[in-house]
Ligand binder design. Structure first.
Ligand code: ZN
Length: 713
C-alpha cells in the first residue's frame, strides 16, 4: 500500500516512471543524466526519457523556471502523481537532482570517485516539498575531487573559467600589460620603488599614468571581443607585497585615500565607467586589503578580498590578524555589495601536516555572508594525501552552500561515512588535536611547520594519543582495503610531523627514526602521494635528504658547539637562536620558521671560535632557498682563518648564480683547500644580493638569506 504522495520510480527492476525534460538547456539534460546514472547504479535500470505530451502520471519533470528563486536555487515538489524539479536558473535543476539523490535516495558522495549508494531493485519516494538556494552565488575550492565532474556537481562548485574572460581572475596586471613587452620602452608604466622605476613580472602599474589606463582599455576591449559571452574580468595587482608604485602622483592619492587601494579603486571605477556593461574585479590583498577613505567602488567593480595574513587557530573575530581583516571586511561591506572573499585553509609549506582549522570554517563563512560577500573561494590543499583534504572539501562544499549547517555534525557524518568503522577514532583524534591547538596558544598559519607545534598540539603526550587512535583506527578496518587505505592516508600528517620533530631533537634512537622514515616513504609510494608542499618538493627527495642531513650517526663538524662572535648579527627576531643554531649539529628543514638564521638585505659577518687550534681543509655553510618567501641565495660566502682572532688569512670564497627555481632547496656554500690549515678562529662573510630582483615577488625590497650549520672538516 503506497502512502499518499509516494511515487515509485523503479519496482522489482522495472522502470515505473519516466523523465520529462521541461526545457532543452544543457543544465536540464545534465540533471537528467545525473539522476539516471544513479537510478541505474541503485536499481540496475534507467528511466526512459519521454516527451511531456505522453505523460499523465509518474513523470519526473526536470527543468523550467521557478519564479522567485535565485540562480542555482531549486524546488522539488510532488504534484498530481508526478515529481517536479524546477530551477531558478544556472545549475538549479542539477542541484535539485543532487538533493533528491542525497536526501531521499540514500546516495553519499564523499570524495574523488568515492560514493556510496544503496543497491535495491525498487526505488520509491515519499511526498516531497523542498526549496533551497545558495548563500553565495559563486562557490569554489581547490578541493580533492576537482577532476571528477560528478563531484563538482554534487558539491555545487564553480570554476573561475566559467565567469572570468580568458580565465583572467587574479594577479592579472602582468598578463594584461606584460613587463617583458612594455618594460624596456616604457618603464614609467611600472612601479617606482626605492628610487627608480622597476618594470617586472611582479612589479605593479603606475596607476596615475593616463597612458597605462588607455592601453589597458585597449587590451581589455580586445580580450572581451575574443571571449564573447563573458562579462567579467579581473584587473588586479601582481602577487607580492608592498610593490605598489610610490611615484609622487601615486603616493599623493594613496595618502589622501589612506590606503594603496585608493589608486586601484579610482582606476577600476574609470574602467567600470568606460565599459558599463562589464564587471571588473580587483584584489584587496596584502598592501591593498584595507578600503580607501573616500572613493567608493562602482556597483560593477568587484572586490576580491583576501585574508592571506590571518592566523587560523580561531575564527577571524578572535585574534589580532583576524580582527585587522574584519576591519577591512566591514569597511568594504559598508561601501560595496559586490565582494568576493578569497579565504585560505592551507599550509603552503607543509601540506602533509595537521591543519586543524575545521572548527573555524562555519563561523568565518557566516562572517563573510553577514558582510555582503556574494562570491567565495576557499584555497585549501586539494591533493590526495594532504591533511584531511577530503573532509575539508566536503565540509566547505556544504557550508559554502549553507553556512548555517552544523559543522560538527558534518564532520561526524563525513568521518563515519568515508572511514567506516574507523570514523569514531578519527573524530576523537580531531577533537583532541583541536583542543590541544587551542590550549597551546600557538598560531596556525599558511606557512606553518609541525616543529612550531612540538610543545603544543604535537607534544610528546598528544602524539602518543594520536598514534594510539590511529592504531585502533587501522585495526578496526584491517579487513577492508578501501577504508584501510583511507585511514593510512589520513595518518600521514602525524607520521610526517613525527619525522620533522625528530630532526630537531638530539639523543634519539636514529635507527628507529630511520624505520619511521621508511614507513612514511613506503606508504606515500603505495598511495601515489608524491608532493610534500606547494613548491613541488617531492616525498622521495625529502626522504633522501632526511637521511643525508638528519640521520648521520657521528657529528664530524670540528666547529660543533663553537662560540659565535658577531661582527654583523642577523635580523633581530633570529638573534635569540643565532648563538647556538649555527653549530648545534641540527640542520634546518624546508621552512625558515625554525633552526634557520636570517639576514634581511644586509651582509652577515661573524667569527667562530672553536676554543683551540684545529686542522681542517673545508668549510661549508648551509643556505636555504625558498624564493616564494623572499628567501633567496646570497651573492657569495667567503671564509678566512686566524690563530689569534685578529689577523685573518683568506681561505677562499664561493659565488652563487641567480636561481629562479621556486622549489625549496638547501644549497651548500663550500670552500675546500688541497693542503689542510690549522687555526682556532674562522670568519664567515656572506654578501647579500641587496634588493629582490625585478622578476621576483619582492621587487625593489630587501631580499633575505638564511643559513644554518657551518661545518668545518
Ligand atoms: Zn605611479
Amino acid at each position: 500500500m503506497l502512502s499518499r504522495g509516494q511515487m515509485v520510480l523503479v519496482k522489482d527492476g522495472k522502470a515505473k516512471a519516466c523523465i520529462v525534460l521541461a526545457d532543452q538547456t544543457a543544465e536540464t539534460r545534465q540533471a537528467a543524466e545525473l539522476l539516471n546514472k544513479f537510478v541505474g547504479r541503485i536499481s540496475g535500470v534507467q528511466l526512459p526519457l519521454v516527451p511531456s505530451s505522453k505523460v499523465r502520471r509518474n513523470g519526473v519533470f526536470i527543468g523550467g523556471k521557478s519564479a522567485g528563486l535565485p540562480s542555482d536555487g531549486y524546488q522539488i515538489a510532488c504534484h498530481g502523481g508526478s515529481l517536479l524539479i524546477t530551477s531558478g536558473g544556472g545549475r538549479g535543476a542539477v542541484y535539485g537532482v543532487v538533493a533528491l539523490l542525497e536526501q531521499y535516495m540514500g546516495v553519499n558522495y564523499w570524495a574523488y570517485e568515492a560514493y556510496d549508494c544503496p543497491r535495491c531493485p525498487t526505488i520509491s519516494l515519499p511526498a516531497i516539498q523542498l526549496q533551497d538556494a545558495p548563500a553565495f552565488r559563486f562557490r569554489q575550492t581547490f578541493s580533492y575531487g576537482n577532476d571528477d565532474p560528478d563531484y563538482i556537481l554534487w558539491y555545487r562548485l564553480n570554476n573561475q573559467s566559467e565567469v572570468f574572460a580568458s580565465n583572467l581572475w587574479v594577479h592579472t596586471f602582468n598578463q594584461i600589460l606584460p613587463a617583458s613587452v612594455y618594460g624596456a620602452s616604457h618603464p614609467e608604466y611600472y612601479s617606482f620603488l626605492n628610487g627608480q622605476r622597476r618594470p617586472g613580472a611582479h612589479s605593479q602599474w603606475c596607476l596615475t599614468n593616463p597612458e597605462v589606463f588607455e592601453l589597458a582599455c585597449q587590451k581589455i576591449d580586445s580580450i572581451f571581443k575574443a571571449n564573447p559571452g563573458k562579462t567579467m574580468i579581473s584587473v588586479s595587482q601582481n602577487d607580492g607585497n608592498n610593490t605598489y608604485c610610490q611615484c609622487e602622483a601615486c603616493r599623493a592619492v594613496d595618502e589622501y585615500e589612506g590606503s594603496p587601494s585608493g589608486n586601484l579603486i579610482r582606476f577600476l571605477n574609470k574602467l567600470a565607467k568606460r565599459f558599463p556593461d562589464k564587471q571588473f574585479s580587483t584584489l584587496a590583498y596584502l598592501y591593498s586589503m584595507h578600503p580607501p577613505k573616500h572613493v567608493k567602488p562602482l556597483p560593477n567593480v568587484n572586490i576580491m578580498l583576501c585574508d592571506i595574513d590571518c592566523k587560523r587557530e580561531v575564527p577571524l573575530t578572535d585574534n589580532a590578524s583576524g580582527r585587522d581583516f574584519m576591519r577591512a571586511l566591514e569597511g568594504w561591506g559598508r561601501i560595496s555589495d559586490n565582494i568576493f572573499v578569497w579565504d585560505y585553509g592551507i599550509n603552503f609549506d607543509n601540506m602533509i601536516a595537521p591543519f586543524p582549522n575545521f572548527h573555524i570554517l562555519q563561523k568565518n563563512l557566516q562572517l563573510f555572508k553577514k558582510n555582503h560577500a556574494t562570491m567565495i573561494f576557499e584555497q585549501v590543499n586539494g591533493q590526495r594525501g594532504t591533511d584531511f583534504s577530503e573532509m575539508r572539501a566536503y565540509m566547505l562544499g556544504k557550508l559554502m552552500w549553507n553556512p548555517s549547517l552544523n559543522a560538527d555534525s558534518l564532520m561526524q557524518v563525513f568521518l563515519n561515512g568515508y572511514y567506516g568503522r574507523a570514523g569514531k577514532y578519527l573524530y576523537e583524534y580531531q577533537k583532541i588535536l583541536q583542543g590541544a591547538l587551542l590550549a597551546s596558544n600557538t598560531d596556525l598559519w599558511i606557512y606553518d611547520s609541525p616543529v612550531s607545534h612540538k610543545a603544543g598540539m604535537l607534544n610528546e603526550h598528544c602524539m602518543a594519543v594520536y598514534q594510539e587512535l590511529f592504531d585502533k583506527a587501522e585495526a578496526s578496518v584491517r579487513d577492508d582495503s578501501v577504508h584501510l587505505a583511507r585511514v593510512q592516508i589520513a595518518r600521514l600528517p602525524i607520521q610526517y610531523s613525527e619525522l620533522e620533530i625528530a630532526r630537531t631533537q638530539t639523543g634519539l634512537d636514529k635507527a628507529a627514526v630511520e624505520r619511521k622514515l621508511e614507513t612514511f616513504r613506503e606508504r606515500c609510494a603505495r598511495y601515489h602521494i608524491t608532493r610534500l608542499n606547494e613548491r613541488n618538493n617531492l616525498v622521495d627527495d625529502y626522504c633522501r635528504l632526511y637521511k643525508e642531513r638528519f640521520l648521520p650517526h657521528a657529528n664530524s663538524n670540528k666547529a660543533a658547539g663553537a662560540k659565535v662572535l658577531w661582527n654583523h648579527a642577523p635580523a633581530a627576531r633570529y638573534r635569540p637562536i643565532a648563538d647556538k643554531a649555527l653549530t648545534d649539529g641540527l640542520y634546518g628543514g624546508a621552512s625558515y620558521v625554525e633552526s634557520w638564521v636570517g639576514w634581511e638585505g644586509e651582509d652577515a659577518d661573524f667569527v667562530l671560535d672553536m676554543g683551540e687550534k684545529k686542522t681542517f681543509s673545508s668549510v661549508t655553510t648551509d643556505f636555504l632557498m625558498q624564493s616564494g618567501a623572499w628567501v633567496l641565495l646570497p651573492k657569495s660566502v667567503s671564509y678566512s682563518y686566524s690563530q689569534d682572532g685578529k689577523t685573518f688569512t683568506n681561505l677562499g670564497s664561493c659565488e652563487f648564480a641567480e636561481d629562479r627555481d621556486l622549489s625549496i632547496r638547501f644549497v651548500p656554500g663550500e670552500v675546500r683547500v688541497s693542503s689542510p690549515v690549522t687555526a682556532r678562529y674562522i670568519r664567515v662573510v656572506v654578501k647579500t644580493i641587496g634588493l629582490c630582483p625585478s622578476w621576483h615577488y619582492g621587487v625593489g625590497h630587501p631580499a633575505w638569506f638564511f643559513l644554518d650549520e657551518v661545518k668545518v672538516e
